[in-house]
Design a protein around this ligand. Sequence first.
Ligand code: AMP
Length: 282
Amino acid sequence: MVVDKIKDIREIIKSQKSQNKKIGLVPTMGYLHEGHLSLIKKAKENSDFVCASIFVNPIQFGPNEDYDKYPRDIERDLKLLEENGCDLVFTPSVEEMYPNERLTTITVRKITDKLCGAYRPGHFDGVCTVVAKLFNIFTPDIAVFGQKDAQQVAVIKKMVEDLNIPVEIIASPIVRDKDGLALSSRNTYLTHDERRAALILNKSLKEAEKLLAAGERSAEKILDAVRKTLENEPQCKVQYVSCVHPDTLDDLNTIGDKALIAIACYIGNTRLIDNLLWSVDK
Ligand code: AMP
């Protein structure tokens, strides 16, 4: 079922809830790939009525970012969602989501000042505001987000905690291509040669993983190794390489039981992110 009006979503959800169905939500910006579909699968495992939204949210893009050229293919997306057992797809217009002048913004402070937030001012305000709206529209029991956007997971979890939103946030692992490149709708911007160069992101994280497995616990040493690997690829321009706690996003000096090694790089004009979520028991 494909619906583009908020009032129709509310009616459908009300009817599903009256049948005691647990509602699952997967927010996306479309141009779907196996990463998105893994979230649908996870939502199916954890709820009875799986909803996805496809909305390229203008307020989370900076003025010099790729809102206009962000890839879109709604027909293909709808087919994939249907094939993967998604029960309801919400495809609102910008006017449906932002009909009047918007005077309210959700800001999660502090943890949005670092990693991607430091380079994308206002981005997480845009994300939190649209996700809060989607949570109010769907009132889902669970919502699934990809670990690919690790900071987004931490920020949304904090928003839900701080605002007492009654939803369980489930994080789902990064899905990669066979050669290790993390799937992203933005990979479509890469030329053949840039795509090859982009493999350096995952390679650098593999270096970090190797050091961690060998018992290295100095964040500085691990970050040095990651940076050195990235510098081996002339087409790669590093924006940041960080080693933080996955929940608080505080920088780590010595790695304890959990760490998030997060990187953002430009390959040509395309900004790519990737990360390694490491924990002792892994
Ligand atoms: P987007 O359409 O890029 O806004 O992504 C929608 C959701 O899919 C977000 O929760 C992303 O973290 C998640 N996602 C994107 N790429 C991947 C991937 N390669 N593996 C797992 N989840 C992903």
